[in-house]
Design a protein around this ligand. Structure first.
Ligand code: NAD
Ligand code: TYD
Length: 357
């Protein structure tokens, strides 16, 4: 019996596949469209593994997904396939609606057709809908963290499309009894994250002596979780999560963006031979803010801790150091993902952001 990981060539999906195979948990099929964010180099170390199989396909293609489910006797789907970058969703929202909403719909229909055909064996099937805390919207400075019963107030086309997918999943559980569990996780960081997101972008720019573009006043808060801890949480949910439920996942590590960037500068200085942190901190440039920029996210992850016994194992400080080391050791990986498309994105996103420092 195999699991199907959709979007397994991206950041979290590839970490999930690598951990799954390292732990010897059984066959895994990775179905990925290979957008700019999907990179098979992430999985080069397992490409010949007997339990690993790759299929290039789009989750919007219901027939292709259903054929994979049948061919590989799949007993669980973990969906990571999505468009994920908020700034890109502001520039080009259409692709977010296509993959995150229509793609989720096609995936749900494929799973529904497949599970119907399993008869009684379908009881053990699971679909894990990997979602985000961004669906809950923005918190004020003194608000309590998001719980699983917080209302949905998405602010960006990205978070709105993920919210729509969560609602579709819930409706397929309630209406058709499809065995779905949703997870809403905070910001991840770690190896193989595409260098358009805050932490890898800052490491990349700092090592090249480029500006470190901090949006607005740098006071926006995110709750950071090391990617390996997120993958462990998903494995727990897959094994023991209750169908129809949602589980919040977070790192108990709220930091302002400027705190994150300054911490990165300090770690980079520790690894560099001389020069001190100011060599990197002097690159920090405050730039025009993101429209609709959520001020604060924070996650109450008590439910998954109390029900499933999951807690993060990596502190933000140790995880960030590990991440910086990985990027410094894997400069070739960064270069390999810096396609023409990536450079066009940097031009489109940052050239219009005037410095406000
Ligand atoms: P990513 O952008 O790094 O990777 C997305 C992957 O999906 C890529 O491999 C891409 O090729 C693939 N993909 C995109 N469209 C596809 C399609 N139509 N069909 C098949 N494959 C497609 O994303 P990530 O950061 O790894 O996020 C994975 C999931 O986790 C997403 O659903 C995201 O919303 C969620 N999430 C991410 C974070 C985070 O901080 N990165 C936090 C919480 C939740
Ligand atoms: P990001 O990594 O895009 O994740 P998300 O928007 O999903 O939380 O951004 C994290 C935070 O960092 C967010 O508040 C926006 C900010 N940010 C910058 O200040 N500068 C940048 O160049 C980027 C990409 C993000």
């Amino acid at each position: 019996m195999a699991i199907l990981v959709t979007g397994g060539a991206g950041f979290i999906g590839s970490n999930f596949v690598l951990d799954w195979l390292r732990l010897g948990l059984g066959p895994v099929v990775n179905l990925d469209k290979l957008t700019y964010a999907g990179n098979l180099k992430n999985l080069a170390s397992v490409s010949d593994h007997p339990d690993y199989h790759f299929v290039r396909a789009d989750i919007c293609d219901r027939d292709a997904v259903q054929a994979v489910l049948t061919e590989h006797d799949v007993m669980a789907v973990i969906n990571f396939a999505a468009e994920t970058h908020v700034d890109r969703s502001i520039h080009s929202p259409g692709e977010f609606l296509r993959t995150n909403v229509q793609g989720m719909f096609a995936l749900l229909e494929a799973v529904r057709g497949y599970v119907d055909g399993l008869g009684g064996d379908g009881d053990a099937f699971r679909l894990i809908n990997v979602s985000t805390d961004e669906v809950y919207g923005s918190l004020g400075p003194n608000d309590p963290p998001f719980t699983e019963t917080s209302g949905y107030y998405p602010s960006s086309p990205y978070s709105a499309s993920k919210a729509a997918a969560d609602h579709l999943c819930r409706s397929y559980f309630v209406t058709y009894g499809l065995p779905i569990v949703t997870t809403n996780c905070s910001n991840n960081y770690g190896p193989y994250q595409f260098p358009e997101k805050l932490i890898p972008l800052m490491i990349r720019n700092a090592t090249r002596g480029d500006e470190l573009p901090v949006y607005g006043d740098g006071g926006n808060v995110r709750d950071w979780l090391f990617v390996g801890d997120h993958c462990a949480a998903i494995r727990e949910v897959l094994e023991c999560g209750r169908v129809g439920e949602t589980y919040n996942i977070g790192g108990n590590a709220e930091r302002t963006n400027i705190e994150v960037v300054e911490a990165l500068c300090d770690i980079l200085a520790d690894f560099a031979d001389g020069g001190g942190s100011s060599r990197y901190r002097d690159l920090i440039t405050f730039v025009t803010d993101r429209p609709g920029h959520d001020r604060r996210y924070a996650v109450d992850a008590c439910k998954i801790r109390d029900e499933l016994g999951w807690e993060p194992t990596e502190s933000f400080e140790s995880g960030l150091r590990r991440t910086v080391k990985w990027y410094l050791d894997n400069e070739a990986w960064i270069q390999s993902v810096e396609t023409g498309e990536y450079r066009e994105w940097l031009d489109a996103n940052y050239e219009l952001r005037a410095s406000t420092s």
